[in-house]
Design a protein around this ligand. Structure first.
Ligand code: FAD
Length: 352
């Protein structure tokens, strides 16, 4: 039996694991996928590393909010690289416009990016690997049932914990939960609205064409442009284009012509800021909200999870069951900073 069984090895689950194990807790982390990290995962195609979700963080400079959380966990020792401030062209930052509605939350998410912006050499995998050191993490363990301190997996194995921390989407947690809880609690979470899914184009670039730009570009409140790493001559080797699902695209299977037309329209839009882009692209790969749903188990492939319009949309880390806790981007705020704050809140509420 573990002191804590954690469901999900994304940032939220890994951070809780790290915090609790540093306090001497015996922790077991169960991850449905073959890789840890969730939205921190990277993948390699044709020898180029691409980020899936996380590209940069805000507020990691001395005394800034993320630094205050990461320093005690030795995460500021990782190879963080300072970036220039984001370039926002026409319209608001789509991260904020679409994912949140709650003014106070916007301020919390945006402010750290005004202070400083950082990327991580090796991408999100570097952070996930650092967090996973010394943790007991079991992969390919898809949790199917949660009941009375016991977590059961699709392969027939089960794990018991004094505490169980669900670092997955709360709507999924409640679908897996077999214990009776107040119907009003279930109903409230089931009815909460999710933010949009995301399309991503990961492009491999021909060498020596597009100069590397050390900041992210947000175009017309619609398209986000993130550069990968630079080669020795200062040219970009890869670039990621991200756009939220629009109502017209919602519900599509993200396959075939839809997938290709979305990719083309993203490349075309980005070419307004980077005219050399279409010629620079050697090859690209597309992921859709359906890809996200498959990989992370988030309903509809929502990128940032539950929308937060109001203080009423706040979900506490505690649940009606004294041994079951929630964490992750849906509890409080999304993003690396938001998820880190949630992990601290969750661990604090387990009464460290
Ligand atoms: C495309 C995209 C770009 C982003 N860019 C940035 C950025 O640049 N900067 C920033 O700060 N934030 C960014 N974010 C947000 C940030 O990455 C997330 O808020 C954060 O990583 C979420 O972590 P999490 O642990 O809550 O969830 P997740 O990363 O979704 O982790 C959940 C984990 O639980 C596992 N799981 C799910 N169901 C089960 C089950 N039944 N059994 C076992 N395991 C299960 C999943 O496989 C997954 O590994 C981005 C997100 C996306 C989607």
């Amino acid at each position: 039996m573990s002191d804590a069984v954690i469901i999900g090895a994304g940032l939220g689950g890994l951070l809780c694991g790290r915090i609790l194990s540093r306090k001497g807790w015996r922790v077991t982390v169960l991850e449905q996928g073959g890789q840890i990290g969730g939205a921190l995962q990277t993948f390699v195609r044709d020898g180029i590393r691409f980020d899936t979700g996380f590209h940069s963080v805000g507020g990691l400079g001395p005394g800034e909010p993320l630094e205050r959380i990461f320093r005690p966990l030795a995460l500021t020792d990782l190879p963080w690289v300072p970036m220039e401030p984001d370039e926002i062209i026409g319209g608001t930052d789509p991260f904020l416009r679409l994912s949140t509605g709650w003014e106070e939350e916007r301020a919390h998410v945006l402010e750290p990016y005004r202070q400083s912006v950082w990327r991580l050499k090796g991408g999100g995998k570097t952070l996930a690997d650092a967090l996973s050191r010394d943790l007991d993490i079991l992969v390919r363990k898809r949790v199917t049932d949660i009941e009375d301190h016991v977590v059961a997996c699709a392969d027939g194995s089960f794990y018991r914990g004094e505490a169980v921390i669900a670092a997955i989407h709360p709507q999924v947690t409640l679908q897996l939960l077999r214990d009776p809880v107040r119907p009003a609690y279930r109903k409230r979470i089931a009815r909460m609205e999710n933010g949009p899914g995301i399309f991503t184009v990961n492009a491999k670039l021909r060498s020596g064409i597009l100069p590397y730009i050390n900041h992210s570009i947000f175009l017309d409140g619609k398209v986000m442009i993130h550069f990968g790493e630079a080669d020795d001559a200062g040219f970009a080797r890869s670039l990621d284009l991200l756009a939220f699902e629009t109502p017209g695209q919602a519900g599509g299977d993200g396959c075939g012509s839809n997938r290709t037309s979305v990719a083309r329209s993203l490349i075309q839009a980005a070419a307004r800021r980077l005219p050399g882009l279409p010629d620079a692209i050697e090859k690209y790969w597309v992921s859709t909200p359906q890809t996200w749903e498959r990989f992370t188990g988030t309903p509809g492939g929502t990128a940032y999870g539950l929308r937060k319009y109001d203080t009423q949309d706040y979900i506490a880390p505690q649940t009606p069951l004294p041994w079951l806790y929630l964490t992750g981007q849906n509890i409080g705020l999304h993003g690396v900073l938001g998820t880190a704050v949630s992990a601290l809140n969750t661990c604090n509420s387990i009464a460290l």
